[in-house]
Design a binder for this molecule. Structure first.
Ligand SMILES: [Zn+2]
Length: 272
């Protein structure tokens, strides 16, 4: 399957997809790789038919061009030519595609706000950048926005279209995880930590608060309580990072000491 495209592909096509590079298609084996529930939900929500309606929009309109589509008996060269034309050259996208960057980004944010997966995939296929900071939305990125609207499939879609780096910050220095924690959203806190790593739990906002600290402060101010699972997930992640940092420090100290013992320094010669 291809994680970002949300489709299932055969063995022959997967070779070409891998050759396209991960910026276009992130290929995983459905049997060898462990696919979690969120990925499966995303795959179910997109699927081959919906994906084709985006990537082959202009092809699907005419019967003549439909015939140029490779079939199971097509040879490898034909297959590769078609796949490259489809995803690399973007030859079959809808002819009415938006070319203006600003229009694309407003389409991206609009799709997220309304939970519309297909227009979102369209905007991304046309080249909208999910890491772009929206000056009209407190400098939030598409990821912040998707978390704000609490739609897990949309959040997964955005993450799969990014190249790591889930720690982008908006105006107040909040990451997407700050939003998920603030909203007491256990599923999204879990998903962000899974895709972005524990390090995300130690990102500080402009006031020097981790996602947990800022959520606790908000709860205290409004008299609400934080969901216990959200708190323990974030605490565990923070602790993991602290333990890792301690290990790193001790590791360095050890190396320094060894160096001091092995290399005769000035102090040693002074003793002689
Ligand atoms: Zn195939």
């Amino acid at each position: 399957m291809s994680l970002n495209l949300g489709i299932v592909i055969c063995m022959e096509c997967s070779g070409v997809h891998r050759a396209l590079g991960v910026h276009l298609s992130k290929v995983r084996s459905t049997t060898l790789d462990k696919l979690d529930r969120s990925i499966m939900e995303y795959l179910k929500s997109v699927g081959n038919e919906r994906s084709r309606s985006v990537w082959e929009a202009s092809l699907m309109r005419s019967d003549a061009s439909k015939r140029s589509r490779p079939n199971p008996s097509s040879n490898a060269a034909m297959r590769e030519m078609f796949i490259r034309a489809k995803y690399e050259l973007k030859s079959f996208l809808s002819p009415t595609r938006e070319k203006d960057r600003a229009a694309l980004h407003s389409m991206l944010f609009h799709a997220i706000e309304h939970g519309q997966l297909l227009p979102l995939l369209q905007a991304l296929a046309w080249g909208a950048n999910p890491s772009w900071h929206n000056p009209q939305a407190e400098q939030r990125t598409a990821l912040h926005q998707a978390v704000m609207y609490s739609n897990q499939v949309i959040v997964e879609c955005i993450i799969q279209h990014m190249n790591g780096e889930l720690n982008a910050k908006e105006l107040r220095g909040w990451t997407a995880l700050h939003y998920a924690a603030y909203q007491n959203d256990k599923a999204l806190v879990e998903l962000l930590l899974l895709r972005g790593g524990s390090q995300l739990a130690c990102e500080l906002d402009a006031g020097g608060n981790t996602p947990l600290a800022s959520a606790l402060a908000q709860c205290a101010a409004s008299g609400e309580t934080i969901v216990a699972e959200v708190e323990s997930l974030l605490k565990a992640a923070e602790e993991k990072v602290r333990a890792r940092n301690r290990e790193k420090r001790y590791g360095q100290d050890g190396a320094d000491r060894r160096e001091a013992i092995c290399v005769p320094g000035k102090a040693g010669s002074g003793l002689l």
